[in-house]
Design a protein around this ligand. Structure first.
Ligand SMILES: [Zn+2]
Length: 209
């Protein structure tokens, strides 16, 4: 056995679970949290206050599995509420936080904490959502989960919005306005995808790598 395997590991682990709506992201987050609890690790679960669907202090999946979570207004609240003995931090609906969550996650992982993040990878236009693309890039593990297309039954990676008149990125709590769709049954918004990419990613240069 390598001597390094015996050394206490200080660096934690970042896991991202992402996909469209109705893909079971929250169920997967809850499953991982429950396993950590069985292993007697102290877990803290957070979610953005904006997400007030179903129940205020629970992370609840569409299949009605639930677990207690602390609603927070901004990502820096995580550090304020963190206990010294916490080994696992789970955050649901990560796409609703702004980019300030990125250094917070990095701080947690440097403290040796396992960070489990669940959220939408794309909005209804197919545009990468909030801090998720960055977090996927720096994660140690990324799982993209799929839903089922409501039109054809194929694996679905997109969230389709039935009513696009309101251009808010996500209409919170209005899950009946959305459907999971496969690539064949999704409405593309290519122009917006390109604009958002140009804003997020400046031209790569030779010195970028
Ligand atoms: Zn389809």
């Amino acid at each position: 056995m390598s001597p390094f395997a015996l050394a206490p590991s200080l660096y934690g682990h970042i896991e991202v679970v992402c996909g469209p709506m109705f893909s079971g992201k929250t169920e997967e987050l809850i499953r991982r949290v429950k396993r950590a609890q069985i292993a007697r690790q102290r877990v803290q679960i957070f979610k953005p206050m904006i997400d007030n669907r179903y129940h205020d202090e629970n992370v609840v999946s569409h299949s009605a599995q639930s677990i207690e979570a602390q609603p927070i207004e901004c990502s820096s609240d995580i550090l304020e509420h963190l206990y010294d003995s916490t080994r696992v931090v789970a955050i649901d609906e990560v796409q609703f936080f702004n980019e300030d969550i990125i250094p917070i996650v990095k701080k947690l992982v440097r403290r040796g904490i396992r960070v489990i993040l669940a959220g939408l990878d794309q909005d209804y236009r197919g545009v990468p959502f909030g801090p998720i693309p960055h977090l996927m890039a720096v994660a140690d593990r990324v799982d993209k989960v799929q839903a089922i297309c409501t039109v054809c039954g194929a694996p679905a990676t997109k969230t389709f919005r039935k009513n696009v008149e309101d251009d808010a990125q996500v209409l919170v709590g209005e899950t009946d306005l959305y459907e999971a769709r496969c690539g064949n049954h999704f409405e593309y918004h290519e122009e917006e995808e390109l604009i958002s990419y140009r804003k997020a990613a400046p031209e790569p240069t030779e010195t970028s790598i």
